[in-house]
Design a protein around this ligand. Structure first.
Ligand code: ZN
Length: 112
């Protein structure tokens, strides 16, 4: 297990109710590639529970570039061969860059 609290993004931090899925998701892209030249895409989700609480959490992280794509979720890291093209398609969606959110989320990449 990684250091510090392992938080399930689907669980309400206020009342502990687990929800099925985010109300919406969006992607945050790190502007600086890592040592392997890969770009990290953080998938954020906006959640709300039946009791009216709302929160945001990191759903997964995707590392793209180099030899393929790596998806890091709570089940671990999954590698996707680049020829699948799934992520190419995703790039057609609207992407919001929000670096303040990125900072808030204990971003653990070597950015410097
Ligand atoms: Zn709640």
């Amino acid at each position: 297990m990684p250091r510090k609290k392992q938080q399930d993004p689907y669980v309400c931090p206020t009342c502990g109710t687990r929800v099925e899925k985010p109300e919406k998701t969006w992607q945050l892209i790190s502007p600086i590639p890592d040592a392997q030249g890969r770009i990290t895409i953080t998938v954020m989700g906006s959640f709300s529970c039946p009791n009216g609480h709302k929160w945001k959490a990191v759903v997964s992280k995707i590392r793209a570039g180099g030899s393929g794509v790596e998806v890091e979720g709570k089940k671990g890291v999954k590698k996707i061969a680049s020829e699948e093209g799934e992520n190419e398609r995703d790039r057609g969606e609207v992407i919001e860059l929000d670096l303040s959110d990125l900072d808030k989320e204990d971003f653990e990449d070597e950015e410097d």
